[in-house]
Design a protein around this ligand. Structure first.
Ligand SMILES: Nc1nc2c(c(=O)[nH]1)N[C@H]1C(S)=C(S)[C@@H](COP(=O)(O)O)O[C@H]1N2
Ligand SMILES: [Mo]
Length: 353
């Protein structure tokens, strides 16, 4: 069972209701939200981004300075690394996500590479640290939220300093006035309320790299870093739910299943659906892939003719051959549980008024 503390986290950090998988672009208010500390109080008039450290030309850029530069837009699926955590056993105390910590948005901003090229990283530069304005404690360690990227990743296409989401300035909860966007990587990479970029000559050893966001088998295990999103397919739960349990009911007859799938490693090339709890599988039809980094729509016609109880599942595969496991794989932080979704549905003989 989840505790009062976890309920407090869950009430602040909402997920995307799975029926919102219908929208190709997630409306901003339906995109999931994860905020480790508080939404900081940002005065946009006084805010500026500093770029410093191992660079030949340190920069200070206002929002107007950033908006003046050539802009780039990327549609990208963002998913929290803790998505699926509450489905793991033994229980892990943290934000108790089921499966809804995801969203797909159109992000606009300045390519990070353009800004780094202006600042000219020195020859000894190895990583870039991104510092948010929000501060808090984790396991007794006071910190500003910060994460780094290797310089090689920081210089790749489509990594953005984003000031717009879905055609509007970032909302306070999504990082106004500026956030990092690293398509394909799990959510924690995309530092919100970004105010500082420091180029460093040593690998960054901040809390969010050394204590959090590592795949660890046990508390003593040093583990390995959480980086990109492995594949996942989710479906819009069909029919209608029960208010309390959210168990689904559909009327007997053909039932159109639909959903989305994504992978941060390679494009999604296959989605399969099972209507018997994972015993047998059939291929879903895939929509064209309009953005490398955005989720891919899929559809599957289910002949739900026989009344009874069913367990629907879906799973994605990417071009690199990554697949979803049938059973969850546990780790200390509860990261990256991309085991197949299971949706419990009753097929009813006749629809009640
Ligand atoms: N500054 C800052 N950036 C942050 C976070 C945070 O707490 N502070 N949370 C991270 C995590 S864990 C996730 S999953 C994503 C969530 O982004 P969203 O709330 O816009 O969906 O933001 C990331 N960036
Ligand atoms: Mo996250």
């Amino acid at each position: 069972m989840i505790s009062q503390d976890e309920l407090q986290l869950a009430a602040r950090n909402h997920g995307m209701p799975l029926e919102a998988l219908r929208y190709p672009i997630t409306p901003a208010g339906l995109h999931y939200l994860l905020i480790h500390y508080d939404i900081p109080d940002v005065d946009a008039g006084r805010w500026a981004l500093s770029v410093e450290g191992r660079v030949a030309r340190p920069l200070t850029l206002t929002l107007a300075d950033l908006r003046e530069r050539p802009a780039h837009e990327v549609t990208s699926t963002m998913e929290c690394a803790g998505n699926g955590r509450a489905l793991l056993a033994p229980h892990i105390v943290s934000q108790p996500w089921l499966l809804e910590a995801v969203g797909n948005a159109a992000w606009k901003g300045v390519p990070l590479r353009a800004i780094l090229e202006e600042a000219e990283p020195l020859d000894d530069a190895v990583e870039v640290v991104f510092i948010g304005l929000d501060r808090g404690f984790e396991k007794g360690v006071e910190q500003s939220y910060q994460r780094s990227l290797g310089l090689d990743v920081a210089l790749t296409d489509d990594v953005l300093l984003a000031y717009e989401m879905n055609g509007a300035p970032l909302l306070p909860q999504h990082g106004f006035p500026l956030r990092l966007l690293v398509p394909g990587w799990y959510g924690m990479t995309n530092v919100k309320w970004l105010a500082g970029i420091t180029v460093v000559a040593e690998p960054f050893e901040g809390y969010q790299h050394t204590a959090a966001y590592r795949y660890r088998d046990n508390e003593e295990d040093e583990g390995s870093p959480v980086t990109r999103m492995p594949p996942r397919a989710l479906m819009v739960p069909p029919g209608i739910p029960d208010f309390n349990t959210r168990a689904r009911t559909v009327p007997a007859g053909p039932c159109a299943l639909q959903g989305r799938a994504w992978s941060g490693w390679a494009p999604v090339t296959r989605v399969e659906v099972s209507t018997d709890g994972g015993e047998t599988w059939g291929d879903a039809e895939l929509e064209p892939l309009d953005s490398r980094w955005g989720w891919r729509g899929w559809a599957f016609e289910w002949a739900a003719d026989e009344p009874g109880e069913y367990v629907l599942c879906c799973r994605a595969e990417d071009e690199a051959g990554n697949v979803q496991p049938l059973e969850p794989i546990w780790n200390v932080g509860g990261y990256s549980n991309n085991a197949v979704q299971r949706v419990y549905v009753a097929v009813a003989a006749e629809q009640k008024a």
